[in-house]
Design a protein around this ligand. Sequence first.
Ligand SMILES: O=C(CO)[C@@H](O)[C@H](O)COP(=O)(O)O
Ligand SMILES: [Fe+2]
Length: 224
Amino acid sequence: MRPFLIAPSILSADFARLGEDVDAVLNAGADVVHFDVMDNHYVPNLTIGPMVCKALRDYGVTAEIDVHLMVKPVDRMIVDFAKAGASIITFHPEATEHLDRSLQLIKESGCKAGLVFNPGTPLHCLDHVMDKLDVILLMSVNPGFGGQSFIPSTLDKLKQVKKLIDDSGYDIRLQVDGGVKVDNIAEIAAAGADMFVAGSAIFNKPDYKAVIDEMRSELAKVDE
Ligand SMILES: O=C(CO)[C@@H](O)[C@H](O)COP(=O)(O)O
Ligand SMILES: [Fe+2]
């Protein structure tokens, strides 16, 4: 079993002092920076683009940057984010006309690739692309906003995807995003997730280290 990874979503960070806030959360023990990109088209919100990713790299952030694309179409943003320093790029299957081509583009750009499934999106498009995936991300809220509540049916979906990954034999991370908190992270891990995105649960608290430590001690209770 791979080590659990905690990936704070900077959607809930202080955008006016983003570099400092990202440094603070990494110094508090976060593993990966989750970077939410919204286009007011695929989702009803508008956030940040490749220039901000590059700015974080120029500021000195060396941790993996996990770019969650909630944009349509995706291909141009894949290329731009790879150039801007992204480490992982994930996108929603509904947002591209050519799933396999978009995944190949991510790999050719030197990044890890992932697909994201909304709560109501079926999983069948995984059938033919498992060999191209480094990450499968299950949304546990509908995408577009931080601070929403975890949708409980995600737990069953996680179990289903965990089995698909185990049966495939590929080394694929199972990420969950939306409403992840100290009090539900253990249950989510027990269902199969190994990478946890949490925005409001971390950034809305004054002591990031205290929250991340509490998350890790909850995770330590889970049988891997
Ligand atoms: O992709 C998204 C929302 O679309 C997320 O990454 C959120 O930013 C998670 O926020 P919390 O639910 O943890 O506050
Ligand atoms: Fe996200």
